[in-house]
Design a protein around this ligand. Sequence first.
Ligand SMILES: [Zn+2]
Length: 626
Amino acid sequence: MKPRGKLMDAMDEARARVAADDRKDFEFAGRGFIATRADPVIKRPDGRTAFDLSAYGFLADEAPDTANPSLWRQAQILTQHGLFQVADRIWQVRGFDVSTVSFIDAGSGWIVVDPLTTVEVARAALELLTEHVATKPVLAVIYSHSHVDHYGGVGGVTTAADVAAGKVKVIAPEGFLEHAVSENIIVGPAMLRRARFQFGHTLACCAHGEMTSGLGPRPSAGTLSLIAPSDLVTHTGQEITVGDVTMVFQLTPGTEAPAEMNFHLPQFRAVFMAENANLTMHNLLPARGALVRDAKAWADYLTESIRLFGPVSDVMFAAHGIPRFGQAEITAFLTSHRNAYKFLHDQSVRLMNQGLTAPEIAEVLTLPETLRRQWFNRGYYGTMSHNSKAIYQRYLGWYDANPAHLNPLPPEPEAKRYVAAMGGAAAVTSLADQAVADGDLRWAATLLNHLVFADEGNKAAREKLAEVYTQLGFQAEAGTWRNIYLTGAQELRDGPVRLPAGGFSPDVLSATTTPMLLDLAAVRVNPERAAERAFKINIELTDRAETHLITVEDGMMAHEQGVGDPAAGATVRLGRPDLLMTLIAGVPFAGRVASGDIVIEGDASLYAALVEMIEAPTPNFPIVTP
Ligand SMILES: [Zn+2]
């Protein structure tokens, strides 16, 4: 296939932009480099690879035809790996994970900021620091926000015992723990399935495969951990001193994460911007799915950051990407970044109020050239297209007010009718071939997607659609879009890679409240099975001194904490691990009753009925086929 047309023009434009690059970001990315690991492979205890620093070595070459040159440039910057000195007493380890970890020398020990996604890479980062800078104890860990790539590796830099003993502080924004455990619980299976597309988890790391998400290298694949915070930041201006270093915090809830914060180090004229200012336009709505974020709040908090930190910072570092150096540079960067989010928000809303729908806004809205020419405002992770639709969704929802779209047919029956109306599969195929020949790949994808949804056994249509997705992926400037298209092509050809249902980290599970776990059970209830019965069960957790009343009726399960009903059909006494195993992990409960670990008073068949109405998740559901 010879792709031409608008998208190839965009490729040519990207090539020209890259050729004219002043290389400032490369200079910032390389500044202060000390060393990297001798062994590029960071292993898990079971011998599997948690992260391979050599995986992106292919990026040393020139951008091939299989990659957008602008994304190639971004990936070259994001995958530089090793230990870097950022300021007098500040270091970062970058390129070991999707996120970066920072280390602040607090005199008598280290402050570790955002200890990556998994234990193995966080430990490797601390070892690299120790080897090249100094051996000191960890005095504090800071979680800048509630996403797993900023706390999951904490077990690699400290222990729960040291935190409990007061030897190590764990500092986080107010609301951290609740959001850290809740975001991926209730729609976990759907988000995990969709995240595979966003991050390209099942793609090879190569010039025709995954080449970062545009935000950072692929997430590490080690062991997740979580230690609850010991100290919370509750307001802007709050100061916390660790060793001889004082940090002044800016709380930014409802920006990139529901609980997030930046901080300033007055002694070092340094500011940490968490994930609020990045080397890319960020996501208001990740493609994996999430609650829509607030672009206006994000821009407004950046306005406050500029006021608070702009005049008093000579270095800025962040939770992804690279630092920036120089007071004027930092103010200009934060201002331009703020302006991009503000423009995106305000203009999306203006066009909504003029009656444009989400895809119509996405089609016409671009940043002014003054913003667009800044690499860090370009859509490598979030995109203007996806984000303007997210703003529409946040304010107005999925319905565009056109009655034809109020109750349309679902994709499969709609596709069958489209294909029939257009003269059958052969006619649609030739229209698609023509669209491909014209370089009209978006329309080709629509036509071929109808063919696949009308008849998933149409192998020729699947292969043609896979080829179209591949070309769209190669041309995409966003790493996320590239991963999504290339994963779509992979699944059309080979079906979904069969992955097991995502398990929960024991640390995350123990921090999850019982009502959240019962919510998870409730959204797995099979309504037909539940509708056959109506009953109540008292649950008494013997290890937590908690009681919960479960009501099953009308095909649903409700639960209340701290309530018991003497008229309930059964009272079940058990430890929370047994509740989890039997209700959520599908472990047969008869053995636990026989061993006396679960004690049931009343009608024992009721707990069996409850367990049987809860379905296992479907981790590999189809996406690119009906
Ligand atoms: Zn992150």
